[in-house]
Design a protein around this ligand. Structure first.
Ligand code: COA
Length: 374
């Protein structure tokens, strides 16, 4: 079959490789475990271990994993100097992309692509990324970064590093669940970008830099930052329907809805919705939940569009008092586990990813010397 015959715009429906890490077929599962069960019965730290190492950890293995992460929660001082030098208006996703690139220069195994070295690097990045997200956030708000605490889980630690105070257990649980749901998602655009990069036998950090760049876009991770814009524009439950119908007329995309693969709903959105609602109740922000419910109902009835994970995530983070520019970096702090697992899998069974394109340019023509081109 020729390349032209199998062309599918946006690679929709194309099987572009094999993976044992997760599947979306028959409900999202990480290494065989249904994700709602992981969200309920395991923590993000256990899920990150599962993605990287292939099995859920025993208590002993989890303790040593958490200990390794705690010890790696530090940044080279020049990275903090760089953060201070950047304009405070720099987008946190751009900062994070640069941060991963700088971290590569200080990683002792940066150029070692062995399975073991890649696991070490993945764990270090897992530990360092939340520290970098929070350090830049605090510096850009005129606050000093806080020293990491070794006793906290990845989720509790990120909240602590951002705020400088420990979060209450309900917030930690909701945030931890959101990180589990964001941790991995098969051949999504950022993961595929990472796999393409390392398929050239480049390194793990380069793959993650590419993935951060891909995640930033509003059709991918950037969507969670647009959710509160949508809700604020909708104004509240009384004005939501009119706003939405006007948005339809303007042919606007409603961020947080629709999905390339899930056409009958994203199970992750259902799981996180309960936590978004719970936190909104506790913090007295039910207005946005009621507005969201109206938008959901009309989009389903009239456009057959269902919410994806970003829809409740944006609301949950808002209810927790987190600022919008942190939302996609939080996604990175969670997804780095999935990206790293895919990078390691790609390098363990590597074949260069190099597809073909359908040519749409001019027919063959003759080069005229410049004097004859007028
Ligand atoms: C995720 C997304 C890019 C997947 O879309 P896709 O498979 O490439 O489908 P398309 O972009 O081709 O959309 C198909 C149709 O549905 C419409 N559509 C899809 N998502 C829509 C949305 N969120 N709001 C309004 N219309 C939407 C498109 O306008 C298009 O309509 P048309 O055929 O009349 O032109 C798309 O649903 C989207 O842009 N969603 C909003 C961003 C978002 O939430 N991203 C996070 C994904 S987890």
């Amino acid at each position: 079959m020729s390349a032209a015959e199998v062309y599918s715009p946006g690679l929709e429906g194309v099987i572009a490789g094999e993976t044992a890490i997760s599947t979306v077929t028959g409900g999202l599962r990480y290494r065989g475990y249904p994700v709602p069960e992981l969200a309920e019965n395991a923590t993000y730290d256990e899920v990150a271990y599962l993605l990287l190492h292939g099995e859920l950890p025993t208590s002993k293995l989890l303790a040593s994993f958490r200990d390794r992460l705690a010890r790696a929660r530090e940044l080279p001082s020049c990275l903090v100097t760089l953060f201070k030098a950047l304009p405070s208006s720099t987008s946190p996703m751009d900062v994070l992309r640069s941060a991963v690139s700088v971290l590569a220069h200080f990683d002792p195994e940066v150029a070692d692509n062995s399975h073991e070295a890649n696991l070490h690097k993945a764990e270090r990045l897992q530990a360092q990324i939340p520290v970098a997200v929070a350090a830049f956030y605090r510096l850009s708000h005129g606050q000093q970064p806080v020293a990491p605490r070794p006793d906290l889980s990845q989720a509790a630690s990120l909240l602590y590093l951002i705020r400088g105070v420990e979060a209450d257990p309900l917030q930690v649980k909701a945030f931890d669940v959101s990180m589990t749901l964001y941790a991995e998602h098969e051949f999504n655009a950022s993961t595929f970008a990472a796999r393409v990069v390392v398929s050239t036998e480049s390194d793990l950090h380069s793959g993650v830099v590419a993935a951060v760049g891909a995640l930033k876009g509003r059709l991918h991770g950037g969507a969670n930052e647009k959710v509160m814009d949508i809700l604020r524009q909708a104004g509240g439950p009384e004005t939501a329907e009119k706003w939405l119908r006007d948005a339809f007329a303007r042919k606007e995309r409603i961020m947080g809805f629709g999905h390339r693969v899930y056409k009958t709903g994203d199970v992750r959105a259902g799981v996180l919705r309960e936590y978004a609602r719970q936190l909104a109740e506790v913090t007295g922000q039910m207005k946005w939940e009621s507005t969201a419910a109206i938008i959901e109902k009309i989009l389903e009835q009239e456009k057959n569009l269902l919410p994806n994970l970003d829809w409740p995530a944006g609301r949950l983070y808002h209810a927790m008092g987190l600022e919008v520019p942190l939302y996609t970096p939080i996604f990175v702090a969670a997804r780095v586990a999935g990206w790293s697992a895919h990078i390691i899998e790609q390098l363990d069974h590597n074949r260069l990813i190099r597809p073909r394109a359908r040519y749409t340019g001019p027919e063959v023509r003759t080069v005229k010397p410049i004097e004859e081109r007028g």
